[in-house]
Ligand binder design. Structure first.
Ligand code: PEP
Ligand code: MG
Length: 581
């Protein structure tokens, strides 16, 4: 009987292969003092290492084949830009000069300063950006220490079919892995919203993160079986498990192939109710997924991704190009552009400008609150979204709304921008739809009064659950409290759906719950008829819709909503999901 390890499954799929252990990227750094006359040489040595790092990255960039998702290139670009950033170029030079220390040590000190800034951030996405700093710094350190290139940069096929086991993986490394035919990867570190895991999902590479002491427990070359959905790794397991997982692998392939038949079919329940399924996208170029799954447009476009992987802010024209390109790709289907969901510390414009502060907690100056405080950030985005509305069915969506005055202020601003555009003779759609996310309990409780001023609502369950249950969605210690089936959460969802029905505007859901097969039937029964999710889940959710009868589910959901015990609810949902309809 072999060993079983567990982590967080972040990219589904079963992989079977030999373990390839990638040793820690971060080399050991020691400090030594320099005599005055060698300081200038040390600065030259550091600058030469920067040049070599740039050459290495540009070589990787050249390897990107045509058709590679644009987000991959964007990640490489982030690292290239970081090599031009004064935080990594000038600051270490200053340290070498003032402290008369070696380049490696100066770089390490600067790395620690940058990483502490990122670690103080509340947004899980931005917090994982410290990984980018580490990846770039480690590359320069390896060059300074004359260490060989990373194994992933060798050009042979020793990595074909292996399962990489390592501390952490950069997006650039993941790209190289894909080229070399790596079957899957397991890391000890990383967050479910890191660039690497987002990429793994879009590249379809099974992945598990957060496997404690993976490199200590997995011998090099051992036979691994991993389930990227369950987050389990079997080390040198017996023939019986191997047979089981091989057949599960075949079954998964058949299942996915069978799902493709739903692509051309409308999302309709067995008793004839039509349901709308849309895609969540992060980058404007990420439109392949809309086509691949035949999604009915975009239910959530997270625009902050456009602002974050770079040292400067995209101006109105650049944003316009991005929004128009996605509107065109949607070919007449709605594209829901969410206004910036950044926090006070998440100001774009370069890492060195990010001030460490505690005012940007999940309860702080974030999303629409920040936008209303910073018109210089918000107005160009409003102008770009409105101008893009002349080119397709663009809709605007406000995140983290918590009060009516806040909404009225946004709507006034939209009106002002419309007048401004009109005055300038610029085209826009006068009737562009404006909606809001319901992700704060207060907003759900006053959904009816908000709905009177809006064209649609969309429930953001990721935050709604976090705020309702007062449980940080990024904090492992309170993960057990985070529960989509908590009766309070279900009641707030129900309240929002009712508000939409009463006022006569559509209510969608774009949080993770909408793409989770365990909740599809319940949500259908509660009256949700517009789901927006990660595109990889769309056909699976459609298959559940096809096997469900809304009239029966409505009765069942009513019963669920009467329960005040999450465990009882879970049991009922289990039964609802098992029924043949
Ligand atoms: C949500 O909160 O459910 C949501 C979709 O927004 P995000 O995950 O980007 O915070
Ligand atoms: Mg949210």
């Amino acid at each position: 009987m072999g060993l079983t390890l567990t982590g967080v499954g972040v990219s589904r799929g079963i992989a079977i292969g030999n373990a390839y252990l990638l040793q820690p990227e971060a080399p050991e750094i020691i400090e030594y003092a320099l005599p005055e006359h060698l300081v200038a040489d040390e600065v030259t040595r550091f600058k030469a290492a920067l040049d070599t790092a740039r050459q290495q990255l540009s070589a990787i960039r050249k390897q990107i084949p045509r058709g590679t998702p644009a987000d991959i290139a964007a990640f490489i670009e982030t690292h290239v830009l970081m090599l031009e950033d004064s935080a990594l170029t000038d600051a270490p030079v200053k340290l070498i000069k003032t402290q008369r220390c070696n380049a490696e040590w100066a770089l390490k000190q600067q790395r620690d300063i940058l990483v502490s800034v990122f670690e103080a951030m509340d947004d899980p996405y931005l917090r994982t950006r410290k990984d980018d700093v580490d990846h770039v710094v480690n590359r320069i350190q390896r060059i300074l220490l004359n260490q060989p290139a990373h194994p992933l940069e060798f050009s042979d096929d020793r990595l074909k079919g292996v399962i990489i086991v390592t501390g952490d993986i950069s997006p650039a490394d993941l790209l190289l892995m894909q080229h070399q035919g790596v079957a899957a990867f397991i890391t000890e570190a990383g967050g479910p919203t890191s660039h690497t895991t987002i990429l793994a999902r879009s590249l379809g590479i099974p992945a598990i993160i957060g496997v404690a002491h993976a490199r200590r427990n997995i011998p090099p070359g051992s036979r691994l079986i991993m389930d990227g959905q369950q987050g389990t790794v079997l080390v040198d397991s017996d023939a019986k498990s191997m047979r089981y997982f091989r057949s599960k692998q075949r079954e998964d392939k058949r299942h996915l192939a069978a799902l493709s038949r739903f692509k051309k079919q409308p999302a309709v329940t067995r008793d004839g109710w039509s349901i709308t399924l849309r895609a969540n996208v992060e980058l404007p170029e990420d439109t392949q997924a809309i086509k691949r799954t035949a999604a009915a447009g975009v239910g959530l476009y997270r625009t902050e991704f456009l602002f974050m992987n770079r040292p400067n802010i995209p101006d109105e024209e650049e944003q316009l190009r991005a929004y128009v390109s996605i509107a065109r790709a949607a070919r007449g289907a709605p594209v829901t552009i969410r206004t910036l969901d950044l926090g006070a510390d998440k100001m774009p414009g370069g890492r060195q400008q990010i001030a460490p502060s505690t005012t940007h907690s999940a309860l702080g100056l974030r999303a629409i609150r920040l936008c209303l405080k910073e018109p210089s950030l918000f107005r160009p985005q409003l102008r770009a979204i409105l101008r893009a509305s002349a080119y397709g069915r663009v809709r605007m969506m406000i995140p983290m709304l918590s009060s009516l005055p806040e909404l009225l202020q946004v709507l006034q601003l939209v009106q002002d921008v419309k007048n401004e555009l009109k005055g300038q003779g610029l085209k826009y759609n006068e009737n562009m739809r404006v909606g809001a996310m319901i992700e704060v309990p207060a907003a759900a409780l006053i959904a009816e009064s908000l709905a009177r001023h809006l064209d649609f609502l969309s429930i953001g369950t990721n935050d709604l659950i976090q705020y309702t249950l007062a449980t940080d969605r990024t904090n492992e210690a309170v993960n057990y409290i985070y529960d989509p089936l908590h009766p309070a959460v279900l009641r707030l969802i129900d309240m929002t759906l009712r508000a939409g029905r009463d006022i006569g505007i559509p209510v969608a859901m774009c949080g993770e719950m909408a793409g989770d097969v365990r909740y599809t039937r319940l949500l259908l029964g509660m009256g949700l008829n517009e789901f927006s999710m990660h595109p990889s889940m769309l056909l699976e959710i459609k298959s559940i819709i096809h096997s469900s009868r809304l009239t029966e589910l409505t009765k069942m959901a009513r019963k669920v909503l009467k329960c005040s015990d999450a465990e009882e609810i879970r049991m009922l949902i289990g039964k609802i999901n098992a029924i043949e309809m």
